[in-house]
Design a protein around this ligand. Structure first.
Ligand code: AMP
Ligand code: MG
Length: 480
């Protein structure tokens, strides 16, 4: 079995990581394997779907050519700076060049202690591993940049949390695992040389055009700002709440990373929070653009010494780059909202039209995903489904007069407005079956449904619906 590893991080960034071996698992068993992704990575999916894969993707056997290492990073967690975090339960095995010529990290998560584990055990439980698998694959199918899941392997070992839980390892694939927190780690130590080395690496790997710019480090910052603006706009458009937008969970590549207590919003409410640890709503749905910009300001701070030898000039230009997040985000979001509303042309009143619709949803606690989906039917003259979402359809009817003036196209709407998102009660039911009853059927069905989110298929109606009203308020836990 060969992996064509080409490990630039290990090779060119010595001092940015600690070589660390994974801990072998006592009884590795493949729980879920992503054959399509394996094929994309040029791996032999057939061979890896079995025990061989379980050995590799539990960390029990290190594949030839891998250079397992724990990456160093710092991070602002809920606004407070932690100078040393790092991969406490993850190991980068190496990098593969995929079929499209893209370089992709292959990382084990939950493979045991590392020098960055602090008090933790370096392990992961099956529930959160499957949750990250499902959410990442769902985001990918929605067309949103994200890390992917290659495998979930049960280790056969218990992990000790509030309860004893089955242990597992997630193998995840990412454009890279460079984070805002990676820059912060070296900047906090005053090591400008290392920040420069890291920035050069990130430019070469993710934003090569920045190297040609008159001010490469400023161009790099600008590129990360734009990638994050595009990403967060996509989150907002599908109602995704990440839940832990710490700077160590903010990827330089612009991919969604570190699925912990994330969840999708049901009824539209900017204050939606699911995570039990987010007591002040710092990472609420509606806060996400502001927080992303705040995180980018933390990245900018680390780059100040590289941007200009004159600190005042550097700060002024970096601030401008960070502030440009807002206009980039707004443009992306509005373009996405136009598509969701089926509007082909651009008009000055579009923003108001979109905001008025959202205000109606919020006022009547209408389901965000269903509202846009039913709006497509309304575009072709059938308002019955959307009107059922409202206790009082009058505000909608008033609004729809203006909307119809714009000749919305229901068919294009159904290509951007998902029918199926990971509904919280469905996710929980699938994970409970997998973890408590070793029944993977609900998980696999849900995964299959979510891999075609824009298609409504007969028999899948249940997957389009939010939890019944009498369901308790949905809470998520970090579940490390
Ligand atoms: P996360 O909540 O996954 O973003 O992780 C935040 C930090 O805590 C990272 O440095 C992780 O490596 C570390 N961490 C989380 N869970 C564990 C664990 N079970 N053992 C060791 N380190 C952990
Ligand atoms: Mg993290």
């Amino acid at each position: 079995m060969s992996f064509n590893f080409d490990n630039t991080y290990a090779r060119s960034l010595e001092g940015f990581y600690v070589p660390t071996e994974p801990e072998p698992a006592p009884a590795p068993k493949m729980v879920q394997f992503n054959r399509a992704l394996a094929a994309e990575l040029g791996l032999d999916g057939e061979a890896l779907a079995s025990e061989t894969g379980a050995a590799y993707f539990s960390g029990s056997q290190v594949p030839a050519g891998a250079t397992p290492l724990a990456q160093a990073y710092a991070g602002h967690q809920f606004g407070g700076f932690v100078p040393q975090l790092g991969d406490g339960r993850a190991l980068l095995l190496g990098e593969l060049i995929d079929r499209h010529g893209r370089r992709r990290d292959v990382q084990l998560k939950g493979s045991g202690r590392t020098p960055f584990s602090r008090g933790g055990d370096g392990k992961a439980a099956l529930g959160p591993v499957l949750r990250e698998y499902l959410m990442g694959e769902a985001m990918h199918a929605l067309g949103i940049p994200t890390t992917r899941a290659l495998a979930a392997v049960a280790t056969g070992e218990p992990v000790y949390r509030e309860q004893i839980l089955p242990g597992a390892v997630l193998t995840r694939v990412a454009a890279s695992h460079l984070r805002v927190g990676t820059f912060q780690f070296f900047a906090a130590r005053g090591d400008t040389g290392k920040v420069r080395q890291l920035a050069d690496y990130a430019i070469a790997r993710h934003y090569p055009e920045a190297a040609m710019a008159p001010q490469p480090y400023l161009a790099f910052l600008q590129a990360v700002v734009e990638a994050q603006a595009a990403l967060i706009a996509q989150w907002m458009l599908v109602g995704f709440v990440h839940g832990v937008m710490n700077t160590d969970n903010t990827a330089i590549s612009g991919e969604t990373i570190d699925y912990g207590p994330c969840a999708f919003m049901d009824h539209y409410d900017p204050q939606t929070v699911f995570s039990s640890i987010d007591r002040n709503g710092r990472y609420a749905y509606g806060q996400q653009p502001l927080i992303a910009r705040w995180n980018l300001a933390r990245l900018a701070e680390t780059l100040i010494p590289l941007i200009d030898s004159e600190e005042k000039t550097a700060i002024a230009t970096a601030t401008e780059a960070v502030n440009s997040f807002t206009s980039h985000f707004d443009a992306r979001w509005l373009a996405g909202m136009r598509a969701k509303l089926g509007l082909a042309a651009t008009e000055p009143a579009d923003l108001e039209l979109a905001n008025r619709f959202l205000a109606i949803l919020q006022g009547q606690r209408a389901d965000y995903t269903l509202a846009f989906r039913h709006l497509a039917a309304a575009a072709t003259g059938d308002d019955s489904a959307i009107e059922r979402l409202f206790q009082d359809p009058a505000p909608y009817r008033d609004w729809a007069v203006h909307w119809r003036d714009r000749h919305p196209d229901g068919e294009t709407m159904n290509r951007v407005n998902p029918a199926c998102i990971p509904r919280n009660h469905q996710v929980e039911a699938a994970l409970a079956a997998a973890v408590e009853r070793q029944d993977l059927k609900p998980f696999e069905t849900l995964l299959a449904v979510l891999s075609e989110p824009f298609t409504e298929l007969p028999g899948r109606e249940a997957y389009t619906q939010p939890a019944p009203d009498d369901h308790p308020r949905y809470r998520t836990f970090c579940g490390t």
